[in-house]
Design a protein around this ligand. Structure first.
Ligand SMILES: [Zn+2]
Length: 226
């Protein structure tokens, strides 16, 4: 698949990013290494990031990129994805607004979980935003029995173009009400988030093959050159 990396300061094709400093990567080819968060809303938070502690790359800069991610992450079915893309085509301005709202929610959620993971208080503005989006999502959701628990679910008809935002808000609601805060972590090297379900609770990196190995190489270098 063709891939374009564009500095947002030079973009003129309507690509969206949450921050003006972010580099936009459109057409990202999603793979299992993009889904290491352990919860849908954490994988969603990890659709931005990079190799450092700066949120430098935006990987869902267009509505289509967001739907492609949601399809890969099994947040949307094939027919739901097609319906959402059809709606976006007929209402491009509304789709752009929804995408922006989704980016803003993602970053507020990211900052909130980063704070939890770092043992810091959550900024009240961020938590108020996360809470308001969750409240809106619950307002159009149904409660449904699944194998082990009752869960809030929202159907594509009720959510329209906001389906990804609604589902991620409900996933965040599940996380905040069900998961242990002590298991929420941020990679020691980058900004990615994950839930640590390892037995010894000592997972430190989003991916051992990426951040873990880089950290080890740095330690080695510093020992021999420091
Ligand atoms: Zn990492």
């Amino acid at each position: 698949m063709a891939r374009a990396r564009t500095d947002v300061s030079k973009r003129d094709d309507g690509l969206q990013s949450a921050y003006s400093g972010m580099v936009v990567e459109t057409g990202h080819v999603w793979g299992p290494l993009d889904l290491v968060g352990g919860l849908p809303c954490l994988d969603f938070a990890n659709t931005a990031g990079g190799h450092t502690k700066i949120r430098e790359v935006e990987r869902i800069p267009t509505y289509q990129d967001m739907i492609n991610w949601a399809r890969y992450a099994q947040t949307l079915s094939g027919s739901e994805a097609r319906t959402a893309l059809g709606l976006a085509k007929s209402k491009p301005q509304e789709a752009a607004r929804q995408l922006h709202e989704t980016h803003v929610f993602r970053e507020a959620l990211h900052r909130s979980v980063s704070a939890i993971a770092g043992g810091r208080p959550i900024e009240s503005q961020d938590f108020a935003h996360v809470r308001s989006i969750i409240t809106k999502a619950v307002a159009v959701a149904e409660i449904a029995g699944r194998d082990e628990a009752f869960v809030w679910s929202v159907d594509a008809g009720a959510a329209g173009l906001g389906i990804v935002l609604s589902r991620m808000a409900l996933s965040a609601h599940d996380m905040l009400t069900r998961e242990k805060p002590s298991q929420l972590r941020q990679c020691e090297r980058c900004t990615w988030l994950f839930i640590d379900r390892t037995k010894n609770q000592k997972r430190r990196f989003c991916r051992q093959d990426a951040c873990g190995n880089k950290a080890r190489a740095e330690r080695f270098y510093n020992r021999h050159h420091g």
